[in-house]
Design a binder for this molecule. Structure first.
Ligand SMILES: Nc1ncnc2c1ncn2[C@@H]1O[C@H](COP(=O)(O)OP(=O)(O)OP(=O)(O)O)[C@@H](O)[C@H]1O
Ligand SMILES: [Mg+2]
Length: 410
């Protein structure tokens, strides 16, 4: 692979419809995006690799393009993972504080203790994300280090996935000659790119509605509380349009992108669209309202499934900052209006925030995961830098947002 070797962070979002490589650098101003490459994915179904060869091809093409644009040689990546095999669970770890004052070692032991739950052999832990700590009787502590006490309790959110599904992602990336620096839950990445700290504090649900999956992450009081992946996404909308309007799938996709609207009240009554027919028949004029109703029905179903999942998590009454939509399907006209009707809270689209460089190119809900993977990689780099330089080292001013996340999570 071409280009000069440079210390860069690469996010590889292997989605159901596209594979996207995002190249970033940590700068004074934050994460700077210096290259991006995207190629259609053929080897995944509902977020899971089902054909290694096709997945490898998608990765190779996306990475080559990203190398060309950034002028960098890509050697390792932070790869996203999704699919219905992903499960999130909350867990508790309790330890005795050795020196009567909590130190980093105690925190580490408490988190390790929380991880000591029975996990089936065919599953592995992807993330252990601390939520809050209790020191003796004081609950809801975010940073326990330095506090006096004899007992430390860590509440964590653990994300697990099927070993085989994760291995297929690793295998596909390795086949391209790249190393994996980290495997990251896709909606965690999207939330790093698209959510503000204030939203996470108030309570927010992120829905990343891609082509094959809808990935959910719920945050309250600044911490992740619930994660889930639903095996439904934008390709269902496309097949509904193909069936409903009796048109080939490729045409249905074009119609969706050009005229699609999930909220029929936004469509004027007399608007019509031309729909190509199948079997060599003449194209037909169809009311755009009809297209809107087909889309509305499916999107409403997806959103209601997500809502059910959030209700199941018990955090549905804690979403003061509402819902944020990412993923390509979030680009659909009228989807925020429809989602407000379903969830009854404010809804906005989430684009990558606080990035510089090629910020205008990645300024789409579709790139939230890819950019978020770079942000995650940046945090890992800072974390390592911090452990090199020791405690109390001043972390780059420009990455304040990350600093807070690191302090909260590691
Ligand atoms: N302007 C648009 N209007 C409606 N839908 C859109 C638009 N642009 C993209 N999409 C849809 O978004 C989906 C792709 O989104 P995205 O790139 O986030 O998915 P992915 O990451 O490949 O898949 P997944 O995350 O589900 O594995 C496709 O179904 C596509 O049709
Ligand atoms: Mg995706």
């Amino acid at each position: 692979m071409a280009g000069k070797a440079k210390s860069v962070i690469v996010g590889l979002d292997i989605g159901t419809t596209k594979t996207c490589a995002v190249v970033g650098e940590l700068t004074e101003q934050g994460v700077s995006i210096i290259g991006i490459g995207s190629h259609p994915s053929e080897g995944l179904r509902r977020g899971v690799v089902v054909n290694i060869e096709s997945t490898v091809e998608g990765i190779r093409r996306a990475v080559e393009e990203a190398e060309r644009i950034s002028g960098c040689q890509i050697r390792s990546v932070f790869a996203g993972v999704a699919g219905a095999h992903i499960q999130g669970q909350n867990s508790l770890g309790i330890v005795a504080v050795k020196g009567r004052e909590v130190d980093h070692e105690d925190v580490k032991r408490a988190i390790e203790a929380a991880k000591a739950v029975a996990i089936p052999l065919d599953r592995e832990i992807i993330h252990t994300l601390p939520q809050s700590y209790t020191v003796d009787t004081q609950e809801g502590v975010r940073m326990p280090v330095g506090m006096s006490g004899v007992r430390l309790e860590a509440k964590v959110h653990m994300v697990t996935g099927s070993v085989a599904s994760i291995q297929n992602v690793v295998k596909s990336v390795n086949r391209v000659g790249l190393d994996i620096q980290g495997i990251v839950l896709e909606q965690l990445a999207s939330s790093l790119a698209a959510l503000g700290e204030d939203e996470k504090d108030l309570g927010v649900a992120l829905l990343d509605i891609g082509g094959g999956t809808t990935d959910i992450a719920v945050f309250t009081e600044g911490s992740i509380r619930h994660t889930a992946v639903l095996p439904v996404g934008g390709s269902y909308i496309t097949s509904d349009i193909a069936t409903g309007l009796r048109t080939p799938a490729a045409e249905a996709e074009k119609i969706k992108l050009k005229y699609g609207c999930a909220y029929p009240p936004l469509i004027s009554k007399d608007e019509t669209i031309e729909v190509p027919s199948v079997g060599g028949r003449e194209p037909r004029e169809v009311s755009r309202q009809i297209l809107g109703r087909i889309i509305e029905a499916r999107v409403e179903e997806i959103l209601m499934m997500a809502q059910k999942e959030i209700v199941r998590s018990g955090y549905d009454d804690h979403l003061a900052a509402g819902v944020v939509l990412t993923g390509g399907t979030a680009l659909l006209e009228g989807i925020t209006e429809l989602a407000e009707r379903v969830f009854n809270v404010p809804v906005r689209r989430g684009c990558p925030q606080d990035v510089v460089g090629l910020a205008d190119i990645v300024n789409s809900p579709m790139y939230a995961t890819g950019v978020g993977l770079v942000v995650f990689g940046g945090m890992e780099a800072i974390k390592q830098q911090r452990s090199f330089k020791g405690k109390g080292q001043v972390i780059d001013r420009a990455v304040d947002r990350m600093k807070r996340w690191i302090l909260d999570n590691f």
